[in-house]
Design a protein around this ligand. Structure first.
Ligand SMILES: [Zn+2]
Length: 78
């Protein structure tokens, strides 16, 4: 059973990857991602992009800036 809708889950991907979600939010988010293929794909590709960019840029670019770039790009392809 999932208590979260896709809109919230997609917003939470960002916070989750930053470790900003609380215990309950984190649990709700993971439950939703488990159940929802759409959000799972989005989560996986976001995670992959962030890992990849962190490898490429190492620590020369602040994470917030990285995230803006990633989500800016994702937004354009949607
Ligand atoms: Zn969803």
């Amino acid at each position: 059973m999932t208590t979260m809708d896709c809109r919230t889950a997609k917003k939470d991907i960002d916070a989750y990857l930053d470790g900003e979600l609380g215990d309950q939010e984190c649990k709700d988010f993971m439950d939703h991602v488990d159940d929802c293929a759409d959000c799972r794909d989005k989560f996986r590709s976001s995670k992959k992009s962030i890992n990849l960019l962190q490898l490429v840029y190492n620590d020369s670019v602040p994470p917030t800036k990285l995230r803006e770039n990633i989500f800016g790009k994702l937004g354009q392809t949607d």
